[in-house]
Ligand binder design. Structure first.
Ligand code: ADP
Length: 309
């Protein structure tokens, strides 16, 4: 008999990865939420438990509910679902808190319905959750959470997502200064036009990063982790950004930038030992100015959401 309930791990994700605003993202392995999703005879979606964060439990105000309803509207299922959410990722942290819940809901529902939907269809449902969280149905967090590893959103219309392999020795360090930056606010300050000169630099780096990931060329990955468009504007909202970045690079990181819309800052490094050294140098910066932080060091998660025993 198929189970009526599953418990899953929903990974945190780093979106943008410096040069790929709204198109690149990567899933983390040891940072994420847990969810229990249960199939019920009563139709609709109910969030029955929410622990770890103060977030709305009403179906239409929670991204898990909204994404789940988008799936149900496209399905002829006679069932409904109860969802329990155990948050480890803080909302507004910039490491895909909303994406973890919206992808977890639709991924688990698809499993319990015997997989009627493809991964790309699940991405579309989960994007409805992102629309609720930030006002924009972006896919750069939900795609890596569902596909695993790095993903490129080659096109939004039509939606075309390219999973990209991750080099074995790549590790991420993420520091989250304990201030909240809402995705919707950090979008408002962006300019709507870019210069051709900046565009040329940016797409050179996107190509370079993708090539580096495919060929395990860590130096090329490092050279490509540059953002000439968004980082100069958004970094103003993040305390000590320039110092954290320069210390991370001095400690051996391949590159460092803003995770999603911030305030978290990420660095990529070759090997865990360096990623931990980078973590120490980032912590030191915030300790010296008295800013509280959370820090994570994680391998890249190549498979995305997974079932827990
Ligand atoms: P992040 O980039 O860390 O996901 P966002 O600012 O994009 O942060 O999303 C957080 C917003 O989404 C908050 O306004 C929060 O209230 C809302 N939200 C609704 N449901 C959830 C959920 N299940 N998990 C996280 N955030 C949620």
């Amino acid at each position: 008999m198929k189970p009526n309930e599953i418990k899953i791990f929903c990974p945190a994700t780093i979106a943008n990865i410096s040069c790929g605003f709204d198109v690149l993202g990567v899933a983390l392995d040891s940072v994420g939420d847990e969810m229990v999703v249960r199939k019920t005879s009563e139709k609709g979606i109910r969030i029955t438990k929410l622990q770890g964060q103060d977030l709305p439990m009403e179906t239409l105000k929670n991204v898990a509910g909204v994404a789940g309803l988008a799936l149900l509207e496209s399905s002829d299922s006679q069932y409904g679902f109860e969802i329990e959410i155990y948050k480890n990722i803080k909302a507004g942290s910039g490491i895909g808190s909303s994406a973890a819940s919206s992808t977890g809901a639709v991924w688990a529902m698809n499993e319990l319905l015997d997989k009627p939907f493809s991964t790309i269809e699940l991405v579309k449902f989960a994007m409805e959750g992102e629309r609720l969280a930030s006002g924009v149905a972006h896919a750069d967090n939900v795609a890596p959470a569902l596909f695993g590893g790095f993903t490129l959103v080659r096109s939004y219309e039509p939606l075309d997502i390219i999973p990209i392999p991750s080099p074995e020795e790549l590790f991420a360090t993420v520091i989250h200064p304990q201030i909240e930056v809402k995705t919707s606010d950090s979008r408002k300050i962006l300019k709507t036009n870019i210069t051709l000169k900046d565009g040329i630099k940016q797409w050179g780096n996107v190509g370079g990063l993708v090539a580096g990931l495919y060929t395990n060329d860590y130096d090329l990955i490092g050279r490509s982790l540059e953002d000439h468009i968004v980082e100069p504007i958004r970094s103003i909202l993040i305390p000590e950004f320039d110092k954290v970045k320069s210390e991370a690079i001095a400690s051996g990181a391949l590159g460092c930038g803003i995770s999603g819309s911030g305030p978290s800052i990420f660095a990529l490094s070759r090997r865990e030992k360096i990623a931990r050294k980078v973590a120490d140098s980032m912590k030191e910066v915030y300790k010296n100015v008295g800013i509280d932080y959370e820090i994570h060091v994680s391998k890249i998660n190549s498979s995305g959401i997974k079932i827990l025993e």
